[in-house]
Design a protein around this ligand. Structure first.
Ligand SMILES: Cc1ncc(COP(=O)(O)O)c(C=O)c1O
Length: 382
């Protein structure tokens, strides 16, 4: 029987390079449990409906921290607490797009965000990436085509740092070019920056929000990758007008703010100064896992296989040799107890990802990563 505490789809005798989840051993730290106990000692306020923009102490903490780290001058009215990044993407899609309207994404992109945009009936378009992010010439060509059809995009959705699924970070030059395009063609940049605090090697480039001074940019952050996904807690920063729109939309008005209970626990934890130390611990742990995976890939892959070298986050993106299909490799490795993601689901045109797989190094025990990559190497070698 499956161990009931394992995440959905994972069995005790498999190694998962599939899930983009944090290392389970990092979740219930004594410091976090102390914050839970503190809030639960007098839980009256935490168990009531909360303020619609979010728990004030957490908002204050985040505004200060983001201003310090991104050289911004945000006020409280520029931030809202949300139920994770996915909630934010859904809310933005609901308020900033219309059925049939154009939205541009990276190719590939985060599968669940593609799903959310599809739920809203938008016309998705994508721009291919190389090591520096999306390719600007192709982006501009697409915008010109959409302008001719009188269907310019309202949004460009991007994962600027340690992108899911490729691990790539968009270079500073490309960020500046994309901001130029956003100002020329009038679309809003949605930067889904959930991996921002997981940089292993060098600092991340300035955010779109910083570079554009907040103009036509909405930035999303989350506690899912760097504290605990079960909290269902994240935040959005944007112009006061956009935040006003989010706070006064129907679901927020009836919802009473994103989980006041989770928000009070996180505020307590952060105000005690624990999050920064935890982030340092995570970066060290994930850096070691990344290095272990890259070393194993170098050792076990045939020369025709190539892969990205992420400098943070959770993912390595692998390009298989010749005509080899990711879905076949996925099925074969699964027979040998290794779970991974085939590339198709990350593309608007699934065929574009036929020869790719995504490997996650964040979730499986460190000691299993080498074994899993060895098995993958054997499957690819046939
Ligand atoms: C780019 C990106 N955005 C959002 C999420 C989900 O974030 P949350 O748990 O805050 O909804 C993920 C998780 O895989 C992700 O990779």
């Amino acid at each position: 029987m499956d161990n009931p505490v394992l995440p959905q789809g994972v069995t005790a005798d498999s190694i998962s390079l599939l899930l983009g989840h944090p290392d389970p051993a990092t979740l219930a730290t004594p410091q976090f449990q102390a914050a839970v106990q503190h809030v639960m000692a007098s839980p009256q306020a935490a168990l009531a409906y909360g303020d619609e923009p979010g728990h004030p102490a957490l908002m204050e903490y985040l505004v200060d921290r983001i201003n310090r780290e991104q050289q911004l001058a945000l006020q409280r009215e520029n931030l809202m607490i949300v139920a994770g990044s996915t909630h934010a993407v859904d809310m933005i899609a609901r308020l900033y797009t219309q059925p049939g309207g154009a939205v541009i994404v990276e190719s590939p992109s985060y599968a669940d965000s593609l799903h959310v945009f599809r739920d809203h009936g938008v016309a998705l378009h994508s721009v291919a990436m190389d090591q520096g992010g999306v390719m600007i010439e192709a982006f501009e060509k697409l915008l010109k085509q959409l302008a001719e059809k009188d269907n310019l995009p309202s949004l460009y959705y991007t994962i600027p740092n340690f992108h899911n699924p490729t691990g790539i970070s968009t270079s500073l030059e490309r960020r500046l070019e994309i901001i130029r395009l956003s100002q020329e063609y009038g679309f809003t940049i949605v930067e889904d920056d959930v991996y921002r605090d997981l940089a292993f090697d060098t600092a991340v480039p300035p955010s779109f929000y910083t570079l554009a001074n907040g103009k036509n940019v909405i930035q999303i952050g989350s506690f899912s990758k760097t504290l605990a996904p079960g909290l269902r807690l994240g935040w959005v920063i944007a112009s006061a007008e956009s935040i006003h729109r989010f706070v006064f939309c129907g679901t927020t008005q009836m919802g009473g703010g994103a989980s006041p209970l989770a928000a009070q626990i996180v505020a307590e934890y952060c105000q005690r100064g624990h999050w920064d130390g935890h982030l340092e611990h995570l970066r060290r742990g994930y850096r070691l896992r990344r290095d272990t995976m890259l070393t194993a890939l170098g050792q076990y892959m045939s020369p025709e296989v190539s892969w990205t070298t992420p400098s943070g986050g959770f993912f390595v993106w692998v390009t298989l040799p010749g005509e080899m299909q990711g879905s076949v490799v996925k099925a074969e490795t699964l027979k040998r107890g290794v779970m991974l993601a085939a590339g198709e689901g990350y593309f608007i045109n699934p065929d574009d990802g036929k020869h790719n797989i995504r490997l996650t190094y964040s979730f499986a025990p460190l000691s299993d990563i080498k074994t899993a990559v060895r098995i993958l190497g054997e499957v690819i070698a046939g």
